[in-house]
Every structure is written in C-alpha cells, then in structure tokens.
Design a protein around this ligand. Structure first.
Ligand code: ADE
Length: 283
C-alpha cells in the first residue's frame, strides 16, 4: 500500500516509524510518505490559511496548496483495472451497520463504483463519519491512501468537493471531541488499519477475537489472565484451569456479553438487545 500523509506538522507523524507501522514500512508492505503542505505554497510566508468568508472566529485552510498537493500526489490517471476486492468482509472486519442484514455489501453509488481502485482520500475532521473497525478493515485492502490533516477551523470546503470527482473521499472523525488538528487522528487510524494489512500481524487469529471484530460478534473482549494464578489476593477464575474448551468458550462469551451490556449496550447484537428490553419491561 502507498500511504501519503499531508500536514503542516510533518514531524507529528514521526511515531509511525516505530512499532507495527514501522515494521510494515521496513518490510515494504507500506510505502509511507509524509509531506509538508507548505511545500505547495508560493509566497514568502508560505501561507496556508486565511480568514473565513462570512466572518467568524479562527482561520480556514486555503484551497490552493491542498489542490496542488492532491494534483501531485494523485495525478490524473486512468482508474486501474486490476482486480479490486469486491467489498470484501474478511474475518477481522468489525460490525458495521451499513453492512448488516440482507443489504447487498456493495451499495456504493454508480459514481463510487466508477472510482473503484482509484486512490482514496481521507480527510480528518471532527465533522466526519465515525471511524470504525469495519472501516479500518476496508482501508487495509486499499492500494493508495492519502490522508489530509486539517488544522485551524478546517479546510476550504471546495477542496473535498473538487477531489470527489477524481477519487474516493471520506471525511473521518475519530470521536466526538475536537483536536487541534488531524495529525493525532491520522496516527490513530493508521495504526488501526496497518495492523489489518495481510501479512503485518504474524498470527491473524489474534485479530478475530479482539473487541469490535466481526469474528466476535462486535462484542467487547472478555477479560484475560496470565500467570501467576493468585496475585495480591485476586484469583484467576477456576474455569480457565478446567481444560474444557467448550465451557471456557461459553464463559468467555458470557463475560463479553455482560461487559458489552454494561459499557456499550449500543454494540449488542439485536437478539441480545431484545433481552434488555424484556428485562426493562418486566421489572
Ligand atoms: N480533527 C480535529 N478533531 C478531530 C476528530 N475528532 N477526528 C478527526 N479529525 C479531527
């Protein structure tokens, strides 16, 4: 995968050379290129922002540097016709309500389908669609991603409007809070999708069981324990020493359901949610 990240603080992305993303880069699975947006400015002050039309506080990122950056990083090229996974749902993909039920997995618009295989632009913004494990799984299969890190009050809206004609564009939020810029969000999503790129994690089975993965019904992960069996007066649950794989699997599932019910009832699969309604009405 080629991954371009554009920011006015490229040093902020330095941690990507550590740990897992670092290994993926070293092994050649990810070709990471971090760019300073100011490279595409032409004035003495290398200006990237200006006051908002219509008034209001703060500054807005100018469209010209972003336009030139995207022109260079994603030159107008015919959409590649190499096979592109047809809306794949590998085991490690998380639950995504858009892909639930009988809905055809490929519900992209005609325009989006024409751009399949084209580079994908991810714009980090608190007003974007929520980032999910399902989206991470999707991004892990892309050939070319460009991540745009906005600052200030955001990027002039025409940049996304213009880009949509040439590439697939997602505006993405990592949560309902406002950061000073998109760099930290870019670090978060990159860590989430790089580990899902086939070949990056040695044992792919470990991906299927973790919280938010489809292999686990979207439930939060059950509690885990290791040696010693007794620590500061706290015991590892007996069931885990029993050697009964079926019983252990059942216990873990119960634990996962209870944890999810307590912390994130919104994540419970529909059949378990009904139980909550039943409980609420019978009490
Ligand atoms: N930029 C500022 N806040 C953000 C958020 N919550 N998610 C993504 N990008 C952002």
């Amino acid at each position: 995968m080629r991954l371009d990240i554009v920011s006015i603080f490229p040093d902020y992305l330095a941690p990507l050379s550590l740990s897992l993303p670092g290994k993926a880069i070293e092994s050649g699975l990810v070709d990471l290129r971090v760019h300073d947006l100011r490279r595409w400015t032409h004035d003495r002050h290398r200006t990237v922002d200006d006051t908002p039309y219509g008034g209001g506080a703060g500054m807005v990122m100018k469209p010209e540097p972003w336009g030139e950056a995207l022109d260079e990083l994603v030159p107008d090229a015919p959409v590649p016709d190499a096979p592109v996974p047809d809306a794949p749902v590998p085991a490690q993909l998380g639950r995504d309500d858009e892909l639930q039920g009988n809905q055809a997995p490929d519900d992209r618009s005609q325009d989006d389908r024409a751009l399949v295989g084209a580079p994908r632009l991810l714009v980090m913004t608190p007003s974007g669609r929520p980032f999910t494990q399902a989206l991470a799984g999707e991004l892990a299969l892309e050939r070319h991603l460009v991540i745009a890190c906005g600052r200030y009050e955001g990027i002039d809206a025409r940049v996304v409007e213009h880009a949509r004609a040439r590439m697939r564009v997602d505006e993405i939020s990592i949560g309902d809070y406002v950061l000073n810029g998109g760099e930290a969000a870019a670090l978060v999503i990159t860590e989430a999708f790089v580990r899902l790129i086939p070949g990056v994690i040695g044992n792919p089975e470990s991906l299927a069981e973790e919280s938010h993965s489809a292999g686990h019904d979207g439930l939060l992960e059950y509690p885990v324990y290791t040696k010693p069996p007794s620590w500061r007066g706290l015991q590892v649950p007996d069931i885990l020493f029993s050697g009964h794989h079926g019983e252990i699997a059942r216990w873990r599932r119960e634990q996962a359901v209870e944890k999810t019910r307590a912390r994130r009832p919104d994540l419970l699969p529909a059949e378990l949610r009904e139980i909550i309604v039943g409980e609420a009405t019978s009490s």
